[in-house]
Design a protein around this ligand. Structure first.
Ligand code: NAD
Length: 301
């Protein structure tokens, strides 16, 4: 069993760290939020007074933090003092370039580094059912696998450092675009006299079929478990979708790829979050599309 430092005990980190502790690992956590630390302590996670204290004697250092800047700051503090040969495992969703920079810091100091962002949200984090998209050298990924398998149900190695983040933001760019497409279809269908159920019955088994329609259906009714049936509470927050679409745009700009729909999706989610707030499930964008509250096209240049 390993000594694990877990940094970032928020909505996702708490469940992930708890599953590791319940699996017999010694987990010491740090989070600047006293409430998060207290909650973690009640789940069998040791509390440290600082990032460095949490990592003292740890052989695995897991981060689940809000942004690339948080990850790079923590790595800058820990890489020089961590036990030689430690495994740095970052599960946050961050910029591909930041993920590569963080891994380089760790590897240059003689450690191993893996980026392993997740798909699945808090229910999957609590239940140990996350999907991990993993980037890093094969031997480091092999070392990370037993921990990922405790926290997740599926682990996919996508390539070298940064490849996990690349897969995550490309996937979520598809998701953001497809949710807007499905929402526009429901808005148009209603104006043409179609019921939501009729459109769903056709598209869910025809060529318009996609996860945004058949699992996370943005209108109440056709899929009783979708967040639309509980006023879009829970689910995947619009602010997180906006974050991921912005990361995709940063990567598109770095690589010179023109992702026209990805860019437009980021703009629409930006307007939506400003209008509706950050917290509701991202499928709530259908309410703004139906109300005509979004969508002014940028002036053609
Ligand atoms: P969160 O804001 O609930 O948790 C982040 C935690 O990090 C907070 O408790 C914060 O106090 C802590 N923190 C900040 N600086 C720190 C530091 N220096 N050391 C230790 N802890 C620090 O966010 P979350 O929802 O748990 O998301 C975490 C990451 O997972 C994000 O990158 C997010 O994009 C990604 N993610 C979230 C979801 C989701 O459904 N919530 C799904 C997939 C991926």
């Amino acid at each position: 069993m390993s000594k694990i430092a877990f940094l970032g005990l928020g909505n996702m980190g708490l469940g992930m760290a708890t599953n590791l502790a319940q699996n017999g690992h010694t987990v010491t956590g740090f989070d600047p939020s006293p409430e998060a630390t207290e909650r973690a302590a009640s789940h069998g996670i040791g509390s440290a007074a600082s990032v460095a204290d949490a990592a003292a004697d740890a052989d695995v250092i897991i981060t689940m933090l809000p942004s690339g800047k948080h990850v790079l700051d923590v790595y800058a503090d820990l890489v020089p003092v961590a036990t030689p040969g430690s495994l740095f495992l970052d599960c946050s969703t961050i910029d591909v370039a930041d993920a590569r920079a963080a891994a380089e810091l760790a590897v240059n100091a003689g450690h191993r580094a893996v980026d392993a962002p997740v798909s699945g949200g808090t229910v999957a984090a609590d239940g140990g059912n996350l999907t991990f998209m993993v980037g890093g050298p094969a031997d480091a990924v092999d070392q990370a696998n037993p921990f990922l398998e405790v926290m997740g149900a599926r682990v996919v190695r996508c390539g070298d450092s940064g490849a996990g983040q690349a897969a995550k933001i490309c996937n979520n760019m598809i998701l953001g675009i497809s949710m807007i497409a499905v929402s526009e279809a429901f808005a148009l269908g209603a104006k043409l006299g179609l019921t939501d159920q009729a459109l769903f019955d056709v598209s869910s088994t025809a060529s318009g079929q996609c996860w945004a329609l058949t699992t996370n259906c943005p209108v109440p009714g056709p899929v009783p478990t979708s967040p639309a049936n509980r006023d879009y509470a829970g689910g995947f927050a619009s602010a997180l979708m906006l974050k991921d679409l912005r990361l995709a745009q940063a990567a598109a700009s770095d690589t010179g790829v023109d992702t026209v729909l990805g860019r437009r999706a980021a703009e629409l989610y930006e307007q939506f979050v400003a209008h509706d707030g950050p917290g509701r499930d991202f499928s709530a964008i259908v309410t703004a599309i139906r109300a005509g509250a979004l969508g002014t096209d940028p002036t053609p240049s």
